[in-house]
Design a protein around this ligand. Structure first.
Ligand SMILES: O=C(O)c1cccc(C(=O)CC[C@H]2O[C@@H](n3cnc4c(=O)[nH]cnc43)[C@H](O)[C@@H]2O)c1
Length: 235
């Protein structure tokens, strides 16, 4: 894969943990990072550690917390993988980068609709991400001619499967660009330990009516590999 130009940066991040749900995502991230490290002459420096966290926010939180408990050296934790994109904001094959990570179904259904944990007074459904990094990564990707965007990325335990739910999520979280199932879980564990977080999603499908046949997983994994290459350049 030809990724084109290189961005020169001095990085404050020495040990970065990337968590993916499944092995195919892990391998895509490893390929992208390895390509950048070879180009930079940084092979074997073990700056990036890519680990599995399983599918869903509970598994992601438990795996991230368990891993960080015995490996406390990380100064950045990134949830990465494929995800659903909100049409018109994050198209299939593009990269969505979180400017905040939101547990979109953490709350209560009330007579008036959905109330978030924030509204219920039980905590925060939003985890802030490391400032400036999302835009830097987006700029590196788009400068090379590939599509990428920044915005809130939602974490849900249930993949959205109807237009009604997609519309409701867009209404409740204006500007949401993508959804996936692990970001908030991994981010919660890291944030709890004071470690900065990011989330990156390569878009495999549109958020909306369920049509599993239309998921473009191969394209998304290629985009994830590419994004990981630029991530390793930016960081
Ligand atoms: O079947 C495969 O080859 C394959 C390869 C890589 C990943 C998968 C997955 O099914 C991973 C599940 C993973 O995907 C995220 N995801 C993707 N689209 C959505 C969505 O529209 N809404 C929520 N999550 C989505 C999610 O994070 C899952 O962990 C299969």
């Amino acid at each position: 894969m030809d990724f084109m130009t290189r961005t020169e940066t001095v990085s404050p991040y020495k040990h970065i943990l990337i968590m993916t749900a499944v092995e195919a995502e892990r391998e895509a991230v490893l390929r992208g990072v390895a390509k950048a490290e070879i180009e930079q002459g940084q092979e074997g420096k073990a700056k990036f550690d890519v680990q599995l966290c399983g599918v869903g926010p509970i598994s992601a939180a438990a795996e991230a917390a368990a891993y960080l408990a015995v490996n406390p050296q990380y100064d950045l934790v990134i949830s990465a993988g494929i995800g659903g994109g909100f049409p018109g904001l994050a198209d299939i094959g593009s990269i969505a980068i979180a400017d905040s990570i939101i547990a979109a179904d953490l709350g209560a259904e009330t007579g008036d609709g959905f109330s978030s944990v924030d509204e219920l007074g039980f905590g925060s459904s939003r985890i802030p991400v490391e400032p400036a990094l999302p835009e830097r990564l987006m700029n590196a990707i788009t400068a090379a001619g590939w599509p990428a965007c920044c915005g809130p990325i939602l974490t849900l335990s249930t993949v959205t499967g109807s237009q009604t739910t997609a519309d409701e999520l867009s209404r409740r979280i204006p500007g949401a660009v993508a959804e996936a199932m692990e970001g908030y879980g991994a981010a919660f564990a890291a944030h709890r330990l004071g470690i900065p977080v990011m989330e990156i999603r390569a878009i495999s499908n549109a958020v909306g009516p369920r049509d599993r046949e239309s998921w473009r997983i191969g394209d998304a994994l290629q985009a994830l590999e590419r994004a990981s290459y630029f991530l390793a350049e930016v960081l």
